[in-house]
Design a protein around this ligand. Sequence first.
Ligand SMILES: [Cu+2]
Length: 116
Amino acid sequence: MPIQPEPAGPVVKITASQFHFTPNRITLLKGQAVTLELTSDDVTHGFMIRQLKIDADIKPGKLTHINVTPDVTGTFKAICDHYCGFGHGDMRMTIVVQEPRSQSASAENLRNNELP
Ligand SMILES: [Cu+2]
């Protein structure tokens, strides 16, 4: 068995099948390391996010781990870049990368507003 890199953070599981990814949308935090754990239910698929410099193959019956620490915020598309059948061109999912502080910052504001 090939040695997989150690998970770098929370594990986000993504399953590819003809012709979609499950889930089809995930949210990551800028600067926070996560491990994407990819597998396929049927044939070999691809997983490419150009802006995050991710490009991997997803093989049936195998786990592919990608450690990623997003360094930009935004909404990105992951696409299948390995031809997998007639619906191949429709295989995409959305990756949202948010500022890690936006949530705690608004919680902080809320608390501050509650002070006398
Ligand atoms: Cu495909």
